[in-house]
Write a protein that binds this ligand. Sequence first.
Ligand SMILES: Nc1ncnc2c1ncn2[C@@H]1O[C@H](COP(=O)(O)OP(=O)(O)OP(=O)(O)O)[C@@H](O)[C@H]1O
Ligand SMILES: [Mg+2]
Length: 322
Amino acid sequence: MNALTPAEVTRTAGSVLDEVQRAVVGKREQLVLVLAGILAGGHVLIEDLPGLGKTLAARSFAQTLGLRFTRAQFTPDLLPADLTGSFLYDQKTNEFAFRPGPVFTGLLLADEINRTPPKTQAALLEAMQERQVTVEGQTFPLEAPFHVLATANPVEYEGTYPLPEAQLDRFLIRVAFGYPTADQEWGVLSRRLDRRREEQVLDAVTDAAGLLGMQAAVETVTVEESVGRYCVALTSATRAHHQVLMGSSPRGALALMLMARAYAVISGRDYVVPEDVKSVAPAVLGHRVTIKPELWMAEVSGASVVQHVLTQVEAPGARERG
Ligand SMILES: Nc1ncnc2c1ncn2[C@@H]1O[C@H](COP(=O)(O)OP(=O)(O)OP(=O)(O)O)[C@@H](O)[C@H]1O
Ligand SMILES: [Mg+2]
């Protein structure tokens, strides 16, 4: 693994994003968050309606980051062993040999994870958390880098299994793509016409070793105590909020700081400013907040609580100036 400086990471991250945007039209802010999530060493949940480019974005990152890429479609009949792999009998050697499943990869696209029952979701989340899988009592480590980009559809169709909050917590961030503007949507169409074929093939800007080097460089980014305490204040404010049944755990505060650090490097700095924390807070904390059940029908969401908390908690720079 070659040591990189934060400035080199800034440059490479910019090239990765530009290359991804050869395929994905618009969505720059969301793509920056996804990349920051990966640079911070995390797993990313992309939650949005069908047809908004989630799968395209995941595939584009895999190609551009030069990672081994596998995809698992989370159907109702997907079994844990379909993800982890299983022991198969080899007739030549008369022995059972382990055949690794799609989690043995650099980047796993876990498509529509809310369509699969809890047992298979649990197998995925265990691999994400522990970076290893256990099959029939034998444990196999997953090589780094290993990142999951999962997609989920927010509409609660019949036959979907919403992830419990405790499991959502395993995702460093959750981002929504949202609809494109009319110009962006025409951009999707016109690029398709120019290409004269369906698929868009992207060039690799780095590779697995390069990504590990970028992640190591992000670890050198400084966070002042005032900024770290701002992360803590925002997180504990979600717990005290009057619309909230259960706020974010300290895991959320840690995630906030780690994401802000990666975001700072992508933005060209080797130190974190409160603005970085603000930029990543909705994606980091929104899915870690459970709203009181009596408010489920109202226009209250984890995202709206985080937005409110951001206006209430004073940022460190502002206090020093005042
Ligand atoms: N922002 C975008 N930029 C480029 N292409 C896009 C964009 N949004 C949608 N598309 C195109 O729309 C189609 C659907 O995209 P994709 O399969 O990635 O959607 P999805 O969000 O994964 O949908 P689903 O939830 O049904 O899996 C693809 O052909 C993709 O190229
Ligand atoms: Mg898809």
